[in-house]
Write a protein that binds this ligand. Sequence first.
Ligand SMILES: N[C@@H](CCC(=O)N[C@@H](CSS)C(=O)NCC(=O)O)C(=O)O
Length: 259
Amino acid sequence: MGSYTTSSSSAQGESMNGKLIFRQLFEKESSTYTYLLADSFHPDKPALLIDPVDKTVDRDLALAKELGLKLIYAINTHVHADHVTGSGLIKTKVPHVKSIISKASNAKADLFVEPGDKIYFGDIFLEVRATPGHTLGCVTYVTGDGVDQPRPRMAFTGDALLIKGCGRTDFQGGSSDKLYDSVHSQARIYCSSELVYTSAFHFQVSTVGDEMLYNPRLSKDKETFKNIMQNLNLSYPKMIDVAVPSNMVCGLQETKSDL
Ligand SMILES: N[C@@H](CCC(=O)N[C@@H](CSS)C(=O)NCC(=O)O)C(=O)O
């Protein structure tokens, strides 16, 4: 994808002296977190949603409107199996919005990202990091490095690294070996105070440092981790048969030939 800009030139609320608008939103049926980010210093207040859910699209769009934001991207960390992404529905309601997913996911979307790409909204950007293992195409979006970027940096890990857990690795190209390497190699790049925001579960925020020390799965050595993952015995997500086909076209099944 390279980099996408809308440019001219602070956690819940606003950070980096008010430059970044940030909201963490929750969808309770699937226990999914959605994130709204915007550049409040830019005249258009360009905004993006990370991991929107179809059921809460109206809530998310109403919030963006209330804050005076111009939503430009609906971004997915991966092809989710427990809920349908809101990116398709958002596009039907706000046609200029572009859906984004990783190229490695093999899903359809308006724009595809690869590791190292930057997604600009105003003067703020997200970097794309490959974090396969929960699914083959999982990526983590990390706020940019630079004096004009929000501090502390924030990592949106999807289901790769969960707070006190991690995504399962038993379908969609999952691999416990890959997931361990993904998280540990990325953790070496992150600074340990970097904030971790995930797409699922009940904890709102952690830090990379805390997860490397205390995560009951990923703080272990690789063989122990693989053994834990092999013995999770989780039941399949209730919505997997609906969610995966729909998310492979970013929630736009009925108009997939247009993508
Ligand atoms: N109960 C949920 C599905 C729970 C589940 O399997 N969650 C996934 C993320 S969505 S594919 C996961 O990776 N869980 C990790 C774990 O340790 O539980 C439902 O049926 O929707």
